[in-house]
Design a protein around this ligand. Structure first.
Ligand SMILES: [Zn+2]
Length: 450
């Protein structure tokens, strides 16, 4: 508690100032919005939207060309309905028009990031400094609804770096996380044989909040219940990275004795929506993003399931306008939330169910492991992992350019290491990977029955 206060009042503001960052100002701005009415929030969103559309029309050649050909002009946008006339932006569009999507006044001034593609399509993109700081601020606000305050003790059961990390780098990362009050546990290293050590770590660290990937946390919850272990009860648990099913929420809440706060985020945007203490859906950060649920690019009715389409209102370096992220979700028809916030609610996120892969030596590997791994090979357009039998794994992949053999070998080595000696692993270069009946791509498929 002492550290938390010190951190909030002195350490964090000092380091932000030292590094010339504005995260705290943005956090202040976003926190004020929690008190605003629905109409006020919609107005903020529309104003921000017009501003970035203007920027696109003036500085981003991809949109200049496209909008000219369809006769679109930002000055004619009066409502979200006008904006919804624009075509959606796909991952393929971004790959094929990478340089044209970078704003001319941000060339050489942006940072790049690669998504693992929880939808099976890895993607590289650019973002600006301001956008990054704002994303962190929005995340702090959303996590704050679950009780995660800056500097408080939080334990993260998360996918940490894959592959060997040098001791020096590990030490630096540990220091960095310790500064923020975070303890990191690598969910990718969790096996049936060492789960008890994970429980021990939680009991020793006594975190106020646990932040975790869904799949490994569910496994840990099962392990705790099956073995009747006692575990430290945090104030709350924040889950992310995959859709959270009701039975999973129940299992986690029973094992840990506290409430679960689900979040929806991605590497492209960081936090998109998150739950408040009412747990009646996920509040969408509409003062930072525009989120639509569409069928064939046209917004659908509330409660109807469709593709999630997002515009980032602050990434001026490479603006994503109506980006189809590859998830399925539905809007809630609930207009008011008892918590008093007027951010609209997302009902369900359905697009990210990743099957768990099991190994002959009794390990379970969360599906999210693979997107993390594959993001390091730039020429893989899409991939899918299929567990045919307990000891047979097939990794299908599509490439757009010849792939660096050395990189592929490295990835093969990392997969083999994770799966153990008895797993037969086959990498198959394929022309196509069929979609599911609902038109979605599944990253991992397990043909084993539970
Ligand atoms: Zn609420």
């Amino acid at each position: 508690m002492v550290y938390e206060t010190l951190f909030k009042k002195i350490l964090f503001p000092s380091i932000e100032k030292l590094k010339g960052r504005n995260t705290l100002d943005y956090l202040e701005e976003y926190s004020v919005n929690e008190l605003k009415s629905a109409e006020e929030l919609q107005l903020i969103q529309l104003q921000k939207l017009k501003k970035i559309l203007q920027h696109c029309q003036e500085n981003v050649s991809y949109y200049q060309k496209q909008w000219k050909s369809i006769g679109f002009d930002w000055r004619e946008v009066r409502s979200l309905a006008d904006y919804s006339q624009l075509p959606v932006l796909t991952k393929t569009d971004i790959r094929d028009n990478y340089n044209e999507l970078i704003a001319k006044n941000f060339k050489g001034k942006s940072f790049s990031k690669t998504t693992g593609g929880s939808t099976g399509q890895p993607l590289k993109f650019e973002f600006s400094n301001e956008s990054n700081e704002r994303r962190i601020a929005v995340m702090m606000r959303g996590y704050g609804w679950a009780g995660l305050t800056p500097g408080c003790k939080s334990l993260h059961l998360w996918g940490v770096e894959i592959g060997a990390v040098s001791k020096k780098r590990q030490f630096k990362m540990d220091l960095y996380h310790a500064f923020y009050g975070r303890k990191m546990l690598n969910s990718f290293n969790m096996t049936i044989n060492n789960m008890v050590e994970y429980v021990d770590s939680i009991n020793k660290y006594r975190p106020k909040i646990i932040v975790a990937y869904v799949a490994p946390l569910v496994m840990l919850a099962e392990f705790i219940q099956t073995n009747n272990l006692s575990v430290w009860v945090p104030e709350s648990i924040i889950t992310g990275s995959e859709g959270l099913l009701e039975f999973q929420r129940k299992k986690i809440e029973e094992a840990f004795g506290c409430k679960v706060f689900n979040t929806y985020g991605s590497r492209e945007f960081m936090l998109i929506a998150s739950e408040c203490e009412q747990h009646k859906g996920l509040h969408i950060n509409i003062d930072h993003l525009v989120v639509e649920i569409c069928q064939d690019g046209i917004p659908c009715d509330t409660e109807e399931v469709g593709d999630v389409v997002i515009s980032d209102l602050h990434n001026y370096a490479m603006p994503f306008i109506r980006y189809e992220i590859g998830d399925l979700a539905s809007m809630s028809s609930k207009q008011v939330c008892q918590c008093g916030k007027h951010f609209p609610l997302l009902k369900n996120i359905e697009g990210r169910k990743l099957d768990v892969i099991r190994t002959p030596d009794g390990r379970t590997v969360p599906g999210i492991f693979f997107p993390h791994l594959m993001k390091d090979i730039p020429n893989i357009v899409r991939f899918q992992v299929v567990q045919e039998k307990l000891d047979k794994l097939i990794i299908n992949y599509i490439v757009d350019n010849p792939i660096n053999e050395e990189e592929l070998l490295q990835i093969k080595g990392l997969v083999a290491e994770r799966m153990g000696q008895d797993m037969d692993i086959e990498f198959r270069k394929v022309e196509d990977i069929p979609l599911t009946q609902t038109g979605k791509h599944r990253v991992t498929i397990s043909k084993l029955s539970n």
